[in-house]
Design a protein around this ligand. Sequence first.
Ligand code: PLP
Length: 366
Amino acid sequence: MTHPFLDLAPLGADRFAAIEDRVARLLSTEQDVVIMQGEALLPLEGAIRATAGPGTTALNVITGPYGQTFGDWLRDCGATVVDLAVPFHTAVTAEQIRQALTEHPEIDFVSLVHAEAATGNTNPVAEIGEVVRAHGALFYLDAVASIGAEPVLTDAWGVDLCVIGAQKAMGGPAGVSAVSVSERAWARMAANPKAPRRSYLSLLDWKERWIEGGRRALPHAPAQLEMLALEACVERIEAVGLDALMARHASAAAATRAGALALGGGLEPYVYEARDAAPVATTLRVPSGAVASEVVARALEADPAVPVAAGGGALAKEMIRVNHYGADATRGAVRASLTALGQALAERGLAVDVEAALRAVEGAWR
Ligand SMILES: *Cc1c(COP(=O)(O)O)cnc(C)c1O
């Protein structure tokens, strides 16, 4: 019996390299791009372990849960870590970064998350990139939740290590991911005796066994099905246009924000300023007395298809997330989410106006 996922022909080196080149174009980079054979946490961790060591002083910016994880890896590598945490309802500013770099001139590594799907904020990477470049530190960026939803200009922003996954705005597979690596990032790795070598985490292995060989022979069997899905995903983005895809996400975010405000019932945007709100997902604060995870459970009973979730961990009490990314970056998904949330809040006796919310969605959709 034939099956679309089974008995696949081997994925050759040419095709693998061509997919890397197309991902590089999405990232607006001329640097090397390595497609890693695992979920985005693989290059996120691999890039830190390769570049950070006991001699490193890292400025680790925390604007959501991922920043916390990066700090833990950095400390585990023996790096001295300066944490810069900002409340999840806002973004970090370039000025805050400048101050931290001035106070700690020894900083030679900066880790930052571009957009946070978990907390709904996005950081001004263009401005931050200028500050980091002027200081000379290596710049590591998690762009998993921004790629496809908002511009990611790796080279123009001076990003040395830019990590993406396809599972958010790109609407692609979660099982492979990519990282761009600048010349100075490769040099940092080569000089780091603790950088993973002969390891699944190793970026240097890919450099030595794949890139330096002219990308003619793959070091091991690739995650074939995921690579084919990534190729299809990039092909679709090229056909639709990256700008059109980003515009859909911007509209979904603006419409969800406007719709939630018009809905009433005490629901408020979690991120105070619209400019700090991520196009990938919109977070909302429930009125005092309500519990977000309970409101979400009710909303999902009303409509199990809506991309609505409660915040993770301690945020489950106060935060609702509307994950309007990928296939859900549509008017339909935003309308359905607000309708279901309206129903859940109305059941609690809160005054909501679903019609007004839906009108606001139409008005805000660009
Ligand atoms: C989604 C996401 C990742 C990938 O992690 P998962 O939790 O495995 O989906 C990494 N970084 C950011 C900022 C993300 O939003």
